[in-house]
Design a protein around this ligand. Structure first.
Ligand code: SF4
Length: 337
């Protein structure tokens, strides 16, 4: 805009440190510049329409976007060091799309299909809105809410720059984790990006047979294609990946699956996060017994694979991604009938 560079510092200071909601409040900018900013940009913001808190203080936030679409974030306090960070961090799980096109069979976000990608500011604004509502500083971000982050590659990378920058939200790259259902080409592309964020791959099955049953993406990029993209990423980043593995009763929780999972984890020196399934109303899947969960974990541990079994927080607030949005939309539809 032909302005001196320090104006950019002033503006980012107002946006991300002082967090004003109108350009008019940026009082150290000359009036003509404020007017031009108002004419050229809008300060989009996400509105919190519903907050659910669980007994263990996990909170779930439902946002309405400027176009009326709904998305959700989850705030998880004192989460164990699942992604290599210190314990006792306040973690936010953010959404990257409205709905999701990938249709994993166990997931509420995929149930109503895909609407659109979120912009970079709609992603970063979830963190700003939750910090303001919860009056807490967030220090760990996982891209694991609604949507497939790597299908919205450019906007997610832009959001990460805002979240990570000193002039932005100032959250360290090692405290930012992207989770993907297995978009092999984008995993390779991410491996070539200079950012040092962490990558979690939602495996959820150790064979093509199991993955094909619950994750349609596997028909496009099967396990070997996915693992070789992970090899490539690992070789470029020299960084430990995480495999996410939702344990679903009688689908992927057998001893045989555990043994094959060990093989994949060993190949990539990956860590494994086991997550007992969170029931989604309307879907047929269920969580294995605790005994089965422990047995699965013990097989990994016996092979020396670093593994954790997540005691799911938020089971009582429908914290699995997409559930609150779905429930709210269905209630709204019901009201119009
Ligand atoms: S698990 Fe992730 S990728 Fe799969 S449908 Fe749900 S949001 Fe989409």
């Amino acid at each position: 805009m032909g302005e001196p560079g320090y104006r950019a510092d002033q503006i980012t200071d107002w946006l991300y440190k002082k967090r004003v909601d109108t350009v008019d409040k940026m009082t150290d900018l000359p009036r003509p510049l404020r007017r031009r900013l108002l004419e050229t940009f809008s300060l989009g913001k996400v509105d919190i329409v519903r907050v659910l808190g669980a007994r263990d203080t996990t909170r779930k936030f439902l946002f309405r976007l400027a176009d009326g679409n709904l998305i959700e974030s989850v705030l998880i306090p004192a989460s164990p060091a699942l992604y290599g960070g210190r314990t006792d961090r306040r973690t936010i799980c953010v959404s990257t799309q409205v709905g999701c096109a990938y249709g994993c069979k166990f997931c509420a976000s995929g149930l109503e299909g895909f609407s659109r990608n979120l912009s970079a500011n709609e992603i970063a604004d979830q963190i700003i809105a939750v910090e303001s509502e919860a009056e807490e500083k967030i220090d760990n971000v996982v891209f694991m809410g609604m949507g497939e982050p790597l299908a919205n590659f450019q906007n997610v990378l832009r959001a990460i720059r805002i979240i990570n920058a000193e002039w932005g939200l100032g959250i360290g790259a090692r405290h930012i984790t992207i989770s993907t259902s297995g978009l092999a080409p984008q995993i390779r592309k991410l491996g070539e990006e200079p950012v040092q964020i962490r990558l979690a791959v939602s495996l959820h099955g150790a064979t093509d047979e199991v993955r094909n049953r619950i994750m349609p993406i596997n028909r496009r990029y099967n396990i070997e294609t996915l693992l070789s993209a992970c090899d490539y990423y690992h070789a470029h980043k020299k960084q430990r990946l995480t495999f996410e593995y939702i344990l679903i009763a009688d689908v992927n929780d057998s001893d045989e699956q555990a043994r094959l999972l060990c093989r994949h984890a060993y190949r990539l020196r990956a860590k494994v996060n086991l997550i007992p399934y969170n029931t989604v109303s309307g879907l047929p899947w269920s969580r294995p017994s605790e005994k089965r969960q422990e047995k699965f974990l013990s097989i990994l541990q016996a092979e020396g694979i670093p593994a954790t079994l997540r005691r799911e927080k938020g089971h009582d607030i429908d914290a699995a991604c997409g559930q609150l949005r779905l429930q709210t939309e269905r209630e709204a539809v019901a009201r119009t009938l």
